[in-house]
Ligand binder design. Structure first.
Ligand code: TMP
Length: 237
C-alpha cells in the first residue's frame, strides 16, 4: 500500500491517503510538543518507538475485545490504519494522581485511586483542549449518548488490559489519553496512539518516569526513557 496525498499533519504524526478510500497511512515523527504546542523539540527515535509500541498495544487490545483502527505495520514509522473520523474528545483515564489532576485539585502526585477516573477534554487546539463533561459533549453534539457510553466502556477495558500488561513489565500505568474514531458505518474504534507521549509510565520499583514528562518537565534522559520502555515492551520484561 502506497501513500497518495497528505491529508493532515499533526504535532506528532502525518496522515496520508491511499488508493483504498477506507484506509490511511499514519507516519510517526520525532517532533515533540507540550503545553498545546508552546514547547517544541525533537526526541530522536520517538517516531519509531511510538509507531511500534502503539501497534503492539492495539493488537493486544483487539485480542481483548476492543476494536481499533490498526491494520498493518508497514515500516519503522508507517502504519496502515482504517480511515476514521475522529470523535473530538480526548479521553483520559487515571489510576494514580499526577499531572493536571494533581495541580487542579491541589494534591501530591503518586496517590493511587481506589478506582480509576475518567474525564473528557474537547479536542480543540485553539481553545486549549478544555475539560468537559458528558452533558457538555452532548450539548456541543461532539458525540451521541450511545457513543459516549461505548467510549467509556472501551476506555475502562483498555485500562484493565494495559494496567495488568505493564505491571508484568515492572511498570505502573499512572494515566493515559485515548482518542476514538468512527468508521464509515459509524462503528466506534480506538484510534490515535498509545505511547510514552500519551501515557504516564512509572517504574514499579523506583517510580522513575519513563514517558514524555521527562521532556515536558526538562528532567533529562528523554531518549533513554523512550528506549527503556520500548525495550521492556519488545523484550516482554
Ligand atoms: P494531564 O495530567 O496533563 O491531564 O495528562 C493526562 C494524560 O494524558 C497523560 O498521560 C498525558 C496525556 N496527554 C496527552 O496525551 N495529550 C495531551 O495533550 C495532554 C495534556 C495529556
Amino acid at each position: 500500500m502506497e501513500k497518495t496525498k497528505q491529508l493532515y499533519e499533526g504535532k506528532a504524526k502525518k496522515v496520508y491517503a491511499t488508493d483504498n478510500e477506507d484506509l490511511c497511512i499514519v507516519s510517526y515523527k520525532d517532533d515533540a510538543t507540550a503545553f498545546n504546542g508552546l514547547k517544541k523539540g525533537t526526541i530522536v527515535g520517538k517516531g519509531v518507538v511510538n509507531n511500534r509500541m502503539t501497534n503492539m498495544m492495539m493488537q493486544l487490545l483487539e485480542k481483548n475485545g476492543v476494536p481499533t483502527h490498526f491494520v498493518e505495520e508497514l515500516s519503522e514509522r508507517d502504519t496502515l490504519v482504517k480511515k476514521v473520523s475522529i470523535v473530538p474528545l480526548e479521553v483520559i483515564i487515571r489510576n494514580v494522581s499526577a499531572g493536571s489532576f494533581a495541580k487542579r485539585y491541589g494534591v501530591e502526585e503518586g496517590i493511587p485511586f481506589d478506582r480509576p477516573t475518567i474525564e473528557f477534554s474537547y479536542k480543540n487546539d485553539e481553545l486549549g483542549d478544555p475539560l468537559l463533561n458528558t452533558y457538555h459533549a452532548l450539548a456541543l453534539k461532539l458525540a451521541t449518548k450511545e457513543e459516549i457510553e461505548t467510549i467509556e466502556a472501551y476506555a475502562f477495558k483498555v485500562n484493565e488490559v494495559l494496567k495488568a500488561y505493564f505491571l508484568t513489565l515492572g511498570v505502573k500505568l499512572i494515566d493515559f489519553k485515548l482518542e476514538f474514531g468512527r468508521l464509515k458505518d459509524g462503528t466506534i474504534v480506538l484510534a490515535d496512539e498509545i505511547s510514552p507521549d500519551t501515557c504516564r509510565f512509572w517504574d514499579a520499583k523506583t517510580n522513575e518516569k519513563l514517558d514524555k514528562d521527562r521532556f515536558r518537565r526538562d528532567l533529562g534522559g528523554v531518549e533513554d526513557a523512550y528506549k527503556e520502555i520500548f525495550k521492556r515492551v519488545t523484550q516482554g520484561k
